[in-house]
Structures are given as C-alpha cells and as structure tokens.
Design a protein around this ligand. Sequence first.
Ligand code: C2G
Length: 130
Amino acid sequence: MLKRVITFGTFDVFHVGHLRILEKARQMGDSLIVGVSTDELNFNKKGRFPVYTQAERAEIVRAVRHVDEVFFEASLELKRDYLLKYKADILVMGDDWKGKFDEFSDICEVIYLSRTPSISTTAIIEKIRE
Ligand code: C2G
C-alpha cells in the first residue's frame, strides 16, 4: 500500500532546515502533504504575522519537489480532522514538537525527526537586523 505522509509548519522565510525536513518527510513514504499555517493562526499564537504571507509561504512549499500537495492549517485544534481528511498514514514533525502529537498514534504513525541545527527563521531575521 502506498503511504501518505503529512507534515505541518509555518515555513516563514524559507530556509534549508525547512527544505531538509520536507525531503526527509517525503522519504518516510510515497507522497507528501503539507499543512501551511495561516497568517491568522500565527497571529493568534505568537501575536505577530509571519514575514511572508500565507499565499507566498504556500507557493514556495508547493514548488519544492518533495511536496505533492499543500493546504492551509487554520487551527491547531483541527489536526485530527486534517489527518483524517488527507488520509495520512504517517505524521512527521520536527523534534521541537516531540511528544506533542502522540495522541494521534491511534490513527497514524507519528514520527519526530531531528531539526537541522543552528538555523531558524528567528536567527535569520536577527542576522538581517544586525
Ligand atoms: N525545522 C527543522 N530544522 C530547523 C527549523 C525548522 O527541521 N532548523 C522544521 C520544524 O521542526 C518543523 C518545520 O521545519 O517541523 C516547520 O518549522 P516552522 O515553520 O517553525 O513550523 P512551526 O511554526 O513549528 O509550525 O501545526 C504545527 C505548526 O503549524 C508547526
């Protein structure tokens, strides 16, 4: 059976850490679906909007060759619905989320992959600021 992998993220100021997790996630199965968080979700969670709009972030993620399908993640509370809607066999997240999605192991395999060290959107923004 073909395995459908799903992952979620903001992917703001797209960098090599984002690219690598998408590549590794795709390698866990046969196709990769990505939920890109909406601007509103980010604002509600962090009190600020991402640098790139959700349309830009989704366009970039969609262009990555490891990615088959992109949708907008409008709420963190809808994760189970998204997993069911997109018939995910495997949920992949970076290990900054380790343990946070274990509750979904009744409907799919949950895998946490190690993050690429020393790179983050926040660090890039800081570097540009300096
Ligand atoms: N990532 C990584 N290495 C980095 C930075 C990020 O592997 N150096 C991974 C994260 O672990 C995550 C993905 O890239 O799996 C996207 O990261 P973010 O854009 O920071 O996503 P986040 O804001 O954590 O959104 O429903 C969950 C949220 O939408 C996750």
